[in-house]
Design a protein around this ligand. Structure first.
Ligand SMILES: Nc1ncnc2c1ncn2[C@@H]1O[C@H](COP(=O)(O)OP(=O)(O)OP(=O)(O)O)[C@@H](O)[C@H]1O
Length: 535
C-alpha cells in the first residue's frame, strides 16, 4: 500500500521542533457499574437474586430473602437496584462484548480506563477477570483485542506492555518477578503515584501475554478461607500500557498517545467473622483487606459528597493515601480514567450481596474527569525517517511496477510471436489442403482415364478371345498384349509422376504407396471391379 506523501511544507526546516500540546478534559464520566450474578454452583441452593428481563438489556437486580429465611432476614422486603447493566448466566463473551470492547475503544483513542471486580469471596471476580483456559475472562480477551486492533491501524507504530502486581497486607509485590521483594510507591512530578521498579514487559503476541498471565497467577498469594479454599487474600492489578505514534496529516503533526487499561481483581469484600482467632494469619489478612476496602468506601463517599458540594477540585481532601490500594488507584476514582466496576455477587448470600450492591450503588455516583492523553508535535527525526521509509516504499513499488511492465511487454512480444506462428501454421494448413485437393483431382483424372483405356482394351481382348479362329486374330491378340504392356508401363509412369508431385510430404508418401500398390494391383488384375479401390 502506498501511503500519502507528506505535504511539502512539513519537510522544510522552518517547522518548529518539539512543540507539544497536552490533552484537554474531554468529558465528565460517571463510573459505570455492571452486576454479574455467579451461577449456583450447588443445585440445592435457593436463588435470592433475580434479574428481570428488559429491552435492550437488563439493568435491574432484585434481592429477595428466600422462602424459609432465618428470623433475621424474614422482615426484609425485596430490594431493587438499577445499574448500567446486569448479567445473570452470562458467558465470558457476553461480559467482554459489553465491557471489554468499549475498554479497547477507549485505550485506542487515548483514554485511560480501569475495570475492577468487587465482591465477596467466591463470587466470581477472578473468573470474570482472568477466567479459565476454556473460558478466558476479560484480561486475556482485552489483550487479544488490543493486539488485533492496534495491529490493523494504518500508519501507526505501537508498543504494548504489561505489568502485574499484587497488594498483600499493604505491601506491593511484582507478580512478574520471582524475587518476592516489597516494592516502594513513589509519586511522579504530576503527583501521581507509581510502583517503583515494577517490571514492564513488552508483548507482541497472545503467546507472550498468556505466558505472563500464567506466571502472574501462579505467583499470586492465595490462602484458604472458611468460604473458599481458593480465595485470594490480595488485590491484583494488571496494567496494560499502550503507546501509539502516528502522523496526523490533517494537523501535519506526529501524534503520540499514551494510554493504559487497569484490570483489578480485588480481594474478597466479606466481613471477617468474630469467631476467628484475632492472632490468626487470616484475621491479619482480613484486617488489611478491610483497611483497603474500607478506605475505598470512604474515598467513594467523600468523592460523592464533594460532587454535591460543588467543590472546585472534588479530589481535594480525599484520603487516598490511607491505603496502598486507594493511593495507587487515585486516578481511577475521581481522576482521569473511564472506570467500570463489576460487582460480582453470589446468588445465595443475602447480607454480602446486599452490601456489595450498596457499595456498587455508591460507586456509580462518582464522576471522573476524563481526557485524552495525546501529545502532538513535529519531530523532524520522525518525519525524516518516515519520509525516507515512504520514499523507499515508493521506490520498491516503482521497481516492482517496472518489472511488471517489462514482463508485460515480454508477454506481449511472446504472444505476438505465438500469433504469427499460429497464422503461419493456419496458412500452411490451407496450402496443404489445397495441395491435397489438387493432387486428389489429378489422381482422379488420371485414374479415370487409365481405367477407361483399360476397359476398352479388355473389351478388345474379350472379342479376340472369342474369335481365336485365325492366325490373324492370334497376331492381333499378340499386338494387343504388347500394347497392353505399354499401357501398364504408361500407368507406372503416371504413378512416378504422382510420386514426384508429392515427394515432400510423408502423407503423400503414404498415399503414393497406397496408390502405387493399387495401380499395380489394378494393372495386374486388369479388372473393372478394382475401380472401387479407395484413394
Ligand atoms: N460466571 C461463572 N460461571 C461459572 N463458574 C463460575 C462463575 N463465576 C465463578 N465461577 C466459579 O466459582 C468459583 C469461585 O469463583 P472465583 O474464584 O472467581 O471467585 P472470587 O470472587 O475471585 O473469589 P476470591 O475472592 O476468593 O478470589 C470458581 O470455581 C469459579 O470457576
Amino acid at each position: 500500500m502506498v501511503r500519502k506523501l507528506y505535504p511539502p511544507e512539513i519537510r522544510g526546516a522552518s517547522v518548529p521542533i518539539g512543540e507539544a500540546t497536552e490533552g484537554t478534559v474531554e468529558n465528565q464520566s460517571n463510573i459505570k457499574v455492571v452486576v454479574r450474578v455467579r451461577p449456583c454452583l450447588e443445585s440445592s441452593q435457593d436463588l435470592i437474586v433475580s434479574i428481570p428481563p428488559a429491552i435492550p438489556f437488563p439493568r435491574e437486580v432484585i434481592l429477595e430473602p428466600k422462602v424459609g429465611a432465618s428470623q433475621a432476614l424474614r422482615p426484609r422486603k425485596a430490594t431493587r437496584f438499577t445499574f448500567n447493566r446486569s448479567f445473570i448466566e452470562a458467558t465470558q463473551k457476553d461480559v467482554f462484548e459489553y465491557i471489554g470492547k468499549e475498554l479497547v475503544d477507549n485505550v485506542l483513542k487515548g483514554f485511560n480506563s480501569c475495570v475492577l471486580a468487587y465482591g465477596q469471596t467466591g463470587s466470581g471476580k477472578t473468573y470474570t477477570m482472568i477466567g479459565t483456559d476454556e473460558n478466558p475472562g476479560l484480561i486475556p480477551r482485552v489483550c487479544n483485542d488490543v493486539l488485533n486492533r492496534v495491529g490493523q491501524l494504518e500508519d501507526t507504530k505501537y508498543s504494548m506492555s504489561l505489568s502485574f502486581f499484587e497488594i498483600y497486607q499493604e505491601n506491593v509485590y511484582d507478580l512478574l518477578h520471582d524475587n518476592n521483594q516489597i516494592l516502594k510507591i513513589r509519586e511522579g512530578r504530576d503527583h501521581m503515584p507509581f510502583v517503583d521498579r515494577l517490571t514492564k514487559h513488552t508483548v507482541k503476541s497472545m503467546e507472550e501475554v498468556n505466558d505472563l498471565l500464567r506466571l502472574g497467577v501462579s505467583n499470586r498469594t492465595t490462602a484458604s478461607t472458611r468460604l473458599n479454599k481458593q480465595s485470594s487474600r490480595s488485590h491484583s492489578i494488571l496494567t496494560l500500557d499502550l503507546e501509539q505514534e502516528r502522523f496526523e496529516a490533517a494537523e501535519n503533526m506526529v501524534v503520540t498517545t499514551n494510554s493504559s487499561i487497569r484490570l483489578v481483581d480485588l480481594a474478597g469484600s466479606e466481613r471477617i467473622y468474630e469467631t476467628e482467632d484475632p492472632a490468626s494469619q487470616r484475621m491479619k489478612e482480613g484486617s488489611h483487606i478491610n483497611k483497603s476496602l474500607t478506605t475505598l468506601g470512604r474515598v467513594m463517599k467523600i468523592l460523592v459528597d464533594n460532587l454535591g458540594s460543588h467543590r472546585k477540585d472534588p479530589m481535594l481532601g480525599v484520603p487516598y493515601r490511607e491505603s496502598i490500594l486507594t493511593w495507587l488507584m487515585k486516578d481511577n476514582f475521581g481522576g482521569n480514567s473511564k472506570t467500570t466496576m463489576v460487582a460480582c455477587v453470589s446468588p445465595n448470600d443475602f447480607e454480602e450481596t446486599l452490601s456489595t450492591l450498596r457499595f456498587a450503588g455508591l460507586t456509580s455516583k462518582i464522576e471522573n474527569n476524563v481526557k485524552r492523553n495525546r501529545k502532538s508535535h513535529v519531530d523532524m527525526d520522525i518525519l525524516i525517517r518516515r519520509y525516507q521509509e515512504e520514499r523507499e516504499e515508493l521506490l520498491s513499488q516503482l521497481e516492482k511496477m517496472s518489472a511488471a511492465k517489462i514482463d508485460q511487454e515480454k508477454g506481449a512480444e511472446g504472444s505476438e510471436r505465438r500469433l504469427t506462428k499460429l497464422e503461419n501454421y493456419i496458412q500452411w494448413q490451407d496450402e496443404y489442403i489445397d495441395r491435397v485437393n489438387f493432387t486428389n483431382r489429378v489422381k482422379l483424372h488420371h485414374m479415370q482415364k487409365s481405367m477407361a483405356q483399360q476397359t476398352e482394351k479388355n473389351h478388345e481382348l474379350e472379342w479376340l478371345a472369342l474369335n481365336l479362329s485365325s492366325k490373324a486374330s492370334i497376331e492381333k491378340l499378340e499386338d494387343v498384349c504388347i500394347e497392353d504392356d505399354h499401357g501398364i508401363q504408361k500407368l507406372g509412369a503416371l504413378v512416378k509422376e504422382l510420386h514426384d508431385l508429392n515427394i515432400l510430404d510423408p502423407l503423400y508418401e503414404l498415399e503414393r504407396e497406397t496408390m502405387q500398390g493399387s495401380a499395380v494391383k489394378y494393372a495386374q488384375s486388369g479388372s473393372e471391379d478394382d475401380n472401387e479401390i479407395a484413394f
